[in-house]
Design a protein around this ligand. Structure first.
Ligand code: CTP
Length: 404
């Protein structure tokens, strides 16, 4: 989980009645861990599901539940509580609360705070499938969007009532991601980004194969940062054990050939291609259909390798290539190999991992190679670095990509 994007933000976290209140305990922990301050305000109904004491302990601040709370010196909690807020987030947002917001009602502290606000409002709906589908709810949600209110989710799946369908609240981590995304500058708004990430797996037989130590973390961090920067992101991933970043379209592949074919099918739509995957350079000529057996009389197996397609070079060779970015993993002499590799692959930008190979680690340090020279970025965790790289990429986009 990245941390920097919400550091220093002040959020009013408004809770309304619903079983999803339990998710807000975890959401509060994620937000405060990320350096945000969280002022919890609960409706009377919310206090039936989780206690203000729990929310106070997690947020580290007193919780407000009543419009007549005398703790605010001027007795104007409905105005003062959101005065310093960067946003109000209503989670969970009940059917009733969405209806009240859509009509500008102000009959308790939280609804009055929302009407009196001078900051963005985000709502995270949570309700039963039929309540969500009810035409009145749908009308209200349309009205909220038209009023400039961000509606995050809802999710689809099994519900507390035993039914399955739309309406359940996003999980705490996804809600966190959606809030973080809301605060990120939209420097890639309207752009389509295609990325490859992770290793590839080249089979020798049905149970064995050749792969490498790429964890996929850098590629996934870049996909997340691009999504947060407003891009439409398509991530083609080799075999990795990572969660799909929120809002990213992910396609899983195994082999270099499959990755190549998936990229070629989608690249025409992309404004930016980022090849982060550690693609196997070779595969065995003919993988055995059956498991290769070890028998006393049989000689050690031998394999003939053939070269895999170079995906990045193939993208760069297209008649109208997207802005193509490569990565280089080297075990030495990066300064020499980086620029040579960039020129050989004919891409405008190649990002070289500095220092020892950083597969699987959370930190990284990189050099940007481009025709004009090389620039080093400071060491940082991969998510911070990913955000910095997205800024660097956005800065270098040619104007022509605006009209692709
Ligand atoms: N790449 C690719 N297809 C391949 C091999 C590499 O798209 N078959 C891309 C990687 O995703 C990365 C860049 O090319 O963006 C450089 O990958 P790297 O493994 O460092 O370079 P190679 O071309 O494989 O060269 P070498 O192994 O000789 O260092």
């Amino acid at each position: 989980m990245a941390t920097a994007e919400l550091a220093g933000k002040h959020l009013v976290l408004g809770m309304t009645g619903g079983i999803a209140c339990y998710k807000i305990a975890e959401l509060t922990r994620l937000l405060t861990k990320a350096g945000a301050t969280v002022q919890v305000v609960m409706t009377e109904a919310a206090t039936q599901f989780i206690t203000p004491v729990t929310m106070q302990a997690l947020s580290g601040r007193p919780v407000y539940t009543s419009q007549w709370d005398a703790r605010v010196p001027n007795n104007m909690a409905h105005i003062d509580l959101s005065r310093e807020a960067d946003a109000i987030v209503i989670a969970p947002a009940s059917t009733d609360f969405l209806a009240k917001l859509a009509h500008g009602m102000a009959d308790d502290l939280l609804s009055t705070l929302c009407v009196a606000r001078d900051c963005p409002l985000l709502v995270v709906p949570a309700m039963n499938r039929q309540m969500w589908q009810n035409p009145a709810t749908q009308r209200n949600v349309t009205q909220l969007r038209a009023d400039g209110i961000e509606v995050l989710g809802p999710d689809s799946g099994p519900q507390a009532c035993g039914e399955v369908g739309d309406g359940r609240m996003l999980e705490a981590a996804a809600t966190y991601e959606a809030i973080a995304s809301f605060f990120s500058p939209k420097i890639l708004s309207g752009r389509r980004v295609l990325l490859t990430a992770g290793p590839t797996f080249e089979p020798l037989d049905p149970v064995r194969g050749i792969t490498n130590r790429s964890s996929g973390k850098m590629g996934f961090a870049l996909a997340r940062a691009a999504q947060q920067a407003g891009a439409e992101v398509h991530l083609i991933a080799g075999p990795v054990a990572l969660e799909t970043p929120w809002g990213v379209f992910r396609q899983d592949v195994q082999t270099a050939q499959q990755m190549h074919d998936a990229v070629m099918r989608s690249v025409a739509d992309a404004d930016i291609f980022i090849g982060v995957a550690a693609v196997a350079d070779w595969r065995v000529d003919h993988a055995s259909e059956h498991k290769i057996k070890k028998t006393a009389e049989r000689a050690l197996p031998t394999f003939t390798f053939v070269e895999n397609p170079d995906i990045l070079a193939a993208v760069a060779k297209l008649p109208h290539p997207p802005f193509a970015v490569g990565f280089a993993a080297e075990s030495g002499d990066l300064e020499v190999h980086g620029e040579e590799k960039r020129a050989r692959k004919n891409v405008p930008l190649l990002i070289g991992n500095l220092g020892p190979l950083t597969f699987g680690l959370d930190d990284n340090e990189v050099i940007l190679f481009e025709a004009g020279g090389a620039t080093k970025l400071p060491r940082a965790d991969k998510q911070t670095l990913a955000r910095a790289l997205i800024v660097e990429i956005a800065r270098r986009l040619p104007d022509t990509s605006l009209i692709r």
